[in-house]
Ligand binder design. Structure first.
Ligand code: FAD
Length: 411
């Protein structure tokens, strides 16, 4: 009996434990990807375009044998599996709230065809690293230490030739793309050799091309974090640990995708001015570093980490809008948009997350710009006209408002 390898957030064939497991059961397999409206509908153009590029790259790797089918996975996966007489369906486990529900529904609909989970998008699967008393970590540093101590498996030795890929007639095909996906591994190696040694010093500078830009490849599983962890330590490894930490937090507390991790922030009073929100989204606030970041997001589906913090702080503490409004806009446009990393970084900025930045430490956009974009090159690249706009709020005034509201949360 052949098997199905159902690809989701693992769009690669190297170091692919689910592919290895499928190959061990049967020499023949069907490679399947399901275009799921639940994930596509809330996604902006750059995000969908990137997914399509990943699918083309995977399809090329598989000699043109990737079956891409549009529909509800709970209907598509069992139908395709039965059509080819598959004995099992192989996946990398998904730990997000929607992914878990979807996989449970697919498992149920598969009946006596086994759904086999092997590997995950993380070096250590969420839920694995725990305190000595079995409870989850709530603070990053002890999590990071336990995560390092736990360690991770060796890469799985797989490539496209590990199984004989079946042809499938019933797919919808992959929409055309303008550009091919670059070789993620080559980009990583270039970053590792040229930029990683200075990463500590330059990572906060949006005007320099100093970070790895690996986030989107990690999001879609084009590379597994194990590949990067092999080559790094120190600060860069810590950044990857943050990604694992937030996945762990969301796994234990799935409701924090929508709710404050720290429930005392439920008392925070928010505004709901849609005009201010729109100005923020369009990058027309009159605060140049904020506008540059928001326009980079719209143009490229990416924003530098330091600027993500600045624009998020601005939304929450200068415009007094709920963090989840901003988080939703990010998820729509970010090519690397990942529920765990996004919602929990937003909560970190908003002061209501795990080891959150203290709420009363409020970013001043002008000071931040001076420090991290000292020559104004980043602003010039994305929002050269912003300095001519009238600022939509007075930072000093809004800072006071935010601090006053915070008093009500604290007490
Ligand atoms: P590098 O500096 O090269 O970092 C290497 C890798 O480490 C990243 O690719 C990423 O996987 C991980 N990483 C780095 N910083 C963080 C962090 N703070 N939290 C979790 N992982 C981290 N990252 C996402 O991948 N998806 C998101 O949806 C996302 N939303 C964010 C929202 C806000 C408000 C903020 C402040 C940060 C968010 N981040 C998110 C984290 C971070 O901004 C991006 O991972 C980073 O900018 C990606 O660029 P890079 O790959 O060049 O990063």
């Amino acid at each position: 009996e052949p098997s199905v390898v159902w690809f989701r957030r693992d769009l690669r064939t190297a170091d692919h434990p689910a592919l290895l497991e499928a190959a061990e059961r049967s020499p023949r397999a069907l490679a399947l990807f399901v275009l799921d409206d639940r994930l596509l509908k809330p996604s902006g153009k750059p995000r969908i375009e990137f997914l399509h590029r990943c699918l083309h790259a995977l399809n090329d790797d598989l000699g043109g044998r990737l079956a891409v089918v549009h529909g509800d996975p709970a209907e598509v996966v069992p139908r395709v599996a039965r059509e080819i007489g598959a004995g099992s369906v192989h996946i990398s486990a998904d730990f997000g709230p929607y992914g878990r529900k979807r996989d449970a529904a697919v498992e149920e609909a598969l009946g006596d065809i086994e759904l086999v989970r092997s590997g995950s998008p993380y070096a250590v699967a969420p839920g694995r690293v725990r305190k000595a008393d079995g409870t989850p970590f709530k603070v990053f540093t002890p999590f990071r230490n336990a995560w390092l101590e736990h360690g991770w498996r060796q890469p799985a030795e797989t490539d496209a030739s590990t199984v004989d890929w079946m042809r499938f007639g019933g797919g919808t095909g992959i929409p055309a793309v303008r550009e091919k996906l670059p070789d993620a591994l080559a980009l990583w190696e270039k970053f590792r050799d040229e930029r990683l040694p200075d990463y500590d010093k330059t990572r906060d500078r949006p005007d320099l091309d100093a970070t790895s830009r690996m986030s989107a490849f990690l999001r879609w599983g084009v590379l597994h974090p194990r590949t990067l962890l092999r080559d790094c330590e120190g600060t860069y490894r810590d950044e990857l640990a943050w990604r694992e930490f937030y996945a762990d937090v969301l796994w234990h507390r799935p409701e924090t995708a929508r709710q404050n991790y720290d429930r005392k922030f439920d008392r925070m009073v928010h505004d709901d001015d849609l005009e201010l929100f729109e100005a923020w989204k369009q990058g027309r606030t009159g605060f140049p570093i904020v506008d540059a970041g928001m326009r980079q997001l719209l143009r490229e589906g990416f924003m530098h980490n330091r600027v993500r913090m600045i624009v998020a702080s601005f939304l929450v503490k200068d415009l007094h809008l709920p963090w989840w409004w901003g988080a939703r806009h990010f998820m729509e446009h970010l090519v690397d948009g990942d529920l765990a990393s996004n919602q929990h970084n937003w909560q970190w900025v908003a002061g209501c997350g795990t080891d959150a930045a203290p709420f009363f430490r409020i970013f001043n956009p002008a000071t931040q710009a001076k420090k991290f974009d000292p020559d104004g090159a980043y602003v010039r690249r994305y929002a050269p006209d912003s300095a001519d706009l009238t600022p939509i709020v007075d930072h000093a005034v809004e800072r006071r408002v935010a601090l006053d509201r915070y008093q009500d949360v604290r007490t």
